[in-house]
Design a protein around this ligand. Sequence first.
Ligand SMILES: Nc1nc2c(c(=O)[nH]1)N[C@H]1C(S)=C(S)[C@@H](COP(=O)(O)OP(=O)(O)OC[C@H]3O[C@@H](n4cnc5c(=O)[nH]c(N)nc54)[C@H](O)[C@@H]3O)O[C@H]1N2
Ligand SMILES: Nc1nc2c(c(=O)[nH]1)N[C@H]1C(S)=C(S)[C@@H](COP(=O)(O)OP(=O)(O)OC[C@H]3O[C@@H](n4cnc5c(=O)[nH]c(N)nc54)[C@H](O)[C@@H]3O)O[C@H]1N2
Ligand code: SF4
Ligand SMILES: [Mo]
Length: 742
Amino acid sequence: MTSMGGETIAHRICSFCEACCGLELTLRDGKVMSVRGNANDVFSKGYICPKGAALKDLHEDPDRLRQPLIKRDGRLVEATWQEAFAEIERRLPDVMKRHGRNSVATVVGNPAAHSFGLLLYIPRVARALGSINIFTASTLDQMPKQLSSGLMYGAWLSIPVPDIERTELLMIIGGNPIVSNGSLWTVPDFHGKAKALLARGGELVVVDPRRTETAEAASRHLFIRPRTDAFFLLGIVHTLFKENLVRLGRLEEHLAGVEDLEAAIGPFAADIVAPRCAIPAETIRNLARTLARTERAAVYGRMGACTQEYGTMVNWLIDVINILTGHLDEPGGSMFPKAPAFAANISGQPGIGRGVITGRRKSRVSGAPEVMGEFPIGCLAEEIEVPGEGQVKALISIATNPVLAAPNGPRLAAALERLEFMVSLDIYLNETTRHADVILPGPSQLESSNYEVGLSQFVYRNVARFSPATLSHAEGQPAEWENMMRLTAIALGKGADADVHRLDDEFLADEIRGRSRGADSKAALHALSQWKGPDRLLDMAIRRGPYGDQFGLNPDGLNLAKIAAQPNGIDLGALAPRVPEMLRTPSGRIELAPEMLIADLKRAGADLARPAPDLVIVGRRQLRSNNSWMHNLPILAKGTFRCTVMVHPEDAKRLGLSHGSRARISSDGRAIEAQVEFSDEMMPGVVSLPHGWGHDLPGLRLTLAARRPGPNLNALFDDALRDPLSGNSVLSGVPIEMTPVG
Ligand SMILES: Nc1nc2c(c(=O)[nH]1)N[C@H]1C(S)=C(S)[C@@H](COP(=O)(O)OP(=O)(O)OC[C@H]3O[C@@H](n4cnc5c(=O)[nH]c(N)nc54)[C@H](O)[C@@H]3O)O[C@H]1N2
Ligand SMILES: Nc1nc2c(c(=O)[nH]1)N[C@H]1C(S)=C(S)[C@@H](COP(=O)(O)OP(=O)(O)OC[C@H]3O[C@@H](n4cnc5c(=O)[nH]c(N)nc54)[C@H](O)[C@@H]3O)O[C@H]1N2
Ligand code: SF4
Ligand SMILES: [Mo]
């Protein structure tokens, strides 16, 4: 932070999306005067999007909660922090006692993944609660990629990313990074990097049922029938084997399962899969040839590749293609970042590990297997509704709005009303938190320090950056990690008045003792003592990490103080090959043909001839929106209303819809209404509507958002429709009917 003439310049990393742009803020008297991209940031080099600038609006939003709320006579009213925690202590342990530990469910949402004060303390709350009922937005999002990566490389977050600055060919399956700014791939200014790729003669191919902003900027766009990517990719893999295009290169000795894969791929010739995915067989074959013959190429997939019933298979096949064409772990291909801290693939013994397992537990009602320690969020409503031993009776929601973000939101909302007790850690009184008995708001982002625990593992270039708190907390406002520790204390029976700092010290001392011997652990604790809470956990992880000072053994190495002293970040270099060192599979190899996926090919084989529905719906992310929770910020909400359903003019004509009119959209008895927008961006037979809207419910404190509430896309979807392997919800390609209203 530097001060001049009453103004202070501060730097921090934007945590609204995965791009992690470095911001430069100008402050005067504790007020944010402006937010700009930090041109000197070693990673984002000045890039910023409209949401980054909205940090000011979020900080100032009068609707953002600054005081806990407690439900009294059915209304959520302001309370003191002491009253709020006393209420939780009065009611939560009682539910645990009467109904057992599994009766308390925890649901975690997207912003928790961007806030280390929440993320690093979730395991503590979860362990203290001791319930199997954990749900997160991961099963609305990236669980298929986590599972396929876990099975192939041995760690859930060992997810390779395109080395975009050195590639010649990038193929994107179901992602729109020009709008989303990238996901499971931290790549600020994707658009600039894509332009550079094309300028050096490279190719960008986008496979998407909409001609998206990214497709528009690409050298080639292919429409694909939604929910059929597995068949398209199987056709490519089949061609690679059939035409002898497989080139394993350096990875050959580190691979297991090549023959098993080749044997299982038999039924999926390009000619066979073509009608299912609506991409001509010759196009599929040519793509396989181009991928195989291009020296530096990468295939990448995102939401469209995850939110379908073959999500895990699609994400596996994307990596399979990168491997078979010799592009995994090679410069210009798809590579593994090396994070400074917290990654499973930087700790323990290099090259081998325990791998991942799923299904250690099954969900009570549907019998869905646990994946990565959680159940599918699509199972939450039934776990609350269906009586019996282990029924969910209380809920802790952490930075999540599943009433809008999860399929069949209205069913979930009704279920939440039946809970005996609900606590929400959230900054808004919204569609989900209105069901809570207690809401505990976190401080403004500007009042918190932060480090991107997860996203540092998906970077286009290795980097170490830290955001200190820009402003101090409002009087009495605890940090989110302190709220998490107080919940932990209550769940452990230590009471609402426990000294949470001491408890945090005890947890840390235990953890350090578990790892190092007496004198060493004392020295480690002393070295960390300048930090508290998540900062301290971060310092420890960085010191122990691959670039760390190893508590003095490597004096030139990094620690948090050194990183914090560099507001523009520390560049740790371009991605470098990491196989076999990063592998954590029991075999010490990349598992090209995990049993679970080879078995799943039978399901796909039996589904080859499924007829195409007349009309299906897909989602659409928008630049000035972030899932469900940024529609209350003036800078983003202004302008024309964007939550429209895009329909191809031919479809519109057939359905009797006119531009600007309203349409009723229904699916399997569930229905919403939306405003029609004609667009030839759509593949005929496919319409698109953004998700995260539907702010017209009673009892919200979202003044601006409620003025233009929009329809809730997820009200159409069946929460039982999932990828059975990962538990991820199907949120795309769902058959609908559309009729004019009025
Ligand atoms: N149909 C359809 N549905 C989708 C998707 C889709 O593409 N199509 N996308 C899915 C994806 S990828 C995701 S990640 C999920 C997101 O699912 P969720 O995470 O459940 O939804 P969000 O809208 O991101 O809600 C975030 C919540 O966190 C709160 N919040 C914001 N900042 C903070 C903070 O600093 N502290 C605390 N305590 N709370 C905070 C907000 O007020 C809001 O209530 O939605 C999914 N839903
Ligand atoms: N501005 C903005 N940025 C965001 C968010 C936001 O809400 N707004 N959300 C953030 C979050 S939580 C996430 S997870 C990321 C997501 O990041 P992305 O995945 O890049 O974003 P989406 O717009 O969901 O892109 C999914 C694409 O898949 C296409 N698609 C749909 N169905 C299919 C299909 O069956 N097959 C294929 N091939 N394509 C299909 C859609 O048309 C869409 O273009 O974005 C993040 N960034
Ligand atoms: S692209 Fe993402 S990280 Fe960058 S400014 Fe926008 S919201 Fe923030
Ligand atoms: Mo997401």
